[in-house]
Design a protein around this ligand. Structure first.
Ligand code: KDG
Length: 314
């Protein structure tokens, strides 16, 4: 069994090594990317156990995906589908500050996720089930898989965590708002940016949005403000967390890192302020390296960002 269980699509990632148009790149760096596996890896690096459920194609990209996630110590439960390919994501750096992504994932193996891929015993034995708004956008069967996993978790008293993770390339705001609203009402923990929160509720600022989301049901509402830190409403108490100031190399993956550390510390029974501090630190680590998950911190590294460089004797 695993303390955290999640499900979703992970793609092979082709990332431009330099700034410029893709057509001018002579080579691309091969890695993997997927919000839920990023989160499972983050949880694992912080010393908790995690499992990731998915589907991959019977191809080299699929073997890259499962092998990489497994090598991070995550329990990988991915069915191999011989009739659909592993999805692909391409990342272009258009300027120092602008990263653009392109998906080649329509009809992918993971878009065929369905309720039968959800290992109910694994979900029932977990402390937290984590889902994201990406999976229900992949297909109707993938949406049903998420709903089924959430049902199973709730019936077993397992905490349900939801990261809105709105991807406008996958579905429109109305469809996303309706599904995310349903899921949020059945979640214990929700993570959203300000624009993502507005897909579901109305509010002038993060405190109004968080209050409106909490009214739907979740006891933990975390609104992410990027370089402005985060605002959380935890059991009715407001927490305003300042950002960690770091040079941003690649913002993709910061949200997954933030959620992974919050959940890892929550599973570890840490108090709210420590969960939030770990979340901010992990988010900051994720943006300092080009990959979506490679920069995720270990427990020993968590405190490093806040340390005074003058104190470093090495
Ligand atoms: O949160 C980061 C993810 O979005 C990225 O790693 C790729 O899962 C991904 C997606 O669907 O965009």
């Amino acid at each position: 069994s695993a303390e955290l269980v999640t499900l979703g699509e992970t793609m092979a990632l082709l990332a431009a090594p330099q700034i410029g148009l893709l057509r001018h790149m002579h080579s691309l760096n091969l890695s993997i990317a997927g919000a839920e596996s990023n989160l499972a890896i983050g949880v694992r690096r912080l010393g908790r156990t995690s499992a990731w459920l998915s589907r991959v194609g019977d191809d080299e990209f699929g073997r890259l995906v499962t092998g990489t996630i497994r090598s991070e110590g995550v329990d990988v439960r991915a069915a191999v589908d011989s009739s659909a390919p592993t999805g692909l994501m391409v990342k272009e750096r258009r300027s120092d500050a602008i990263t653009r992504v392109q998906y080649y994932r329509a009809g992918s193996a993971a878009s065929r996720l369905s309720p039968s891929d959800v290992d109910e015993d694994l979900v029932r034995a977990a402390r937290v089930l984590h889902v994201s708004g990406i999976t229900p956008a992949l297909s109707a069967t993938a949406r049903d898989a998420v709903r089924a996993a959430v049902d199973t978790a709730r019936q077993a008293g397992v905490l349900v965590s939801l990261d809105f993770n709105y991807r406008s390339r996958l579905w429109d705001a109305d469809a996303a708002g309706a599904e995310l609203g349903e899921l949020a009402a059945r979640a214990d923990i929700v993570f959203a940016t300000v624009p993502e929160a507005r897909l579901v509720v109305a509010g002038d600022d993060e405190s109004e949005l968080a209050a409106a989301l909490a009214k739907l049901g979740p006891r933990h509402v975390l609104v992410k403000r990027g370089s402005r830190g985060s605002y959380a409403l935890l059991d009715g108490a407001a927490h305003d967390a300042a950002p960690q100031r770091v040079p941003v190399v690649d913002p993709v993956g910061a949200g997954d890192a933030f959620a992974s550390a919050y959940l890892a510390e929550l599973i570890g029974g840490r108090p709210a302020d420590e969960c939030l501090a770990a979340a901010s630190a992990a988010g900051a680590f994720a943006v300092t390296v080009p990959g979506d998950w490679e920069g995720l911190p270990s427990r020993e590294e968590l405190h490093l960002l806040g340390a005074d460089p003058d104190d470093d004797i090495h």
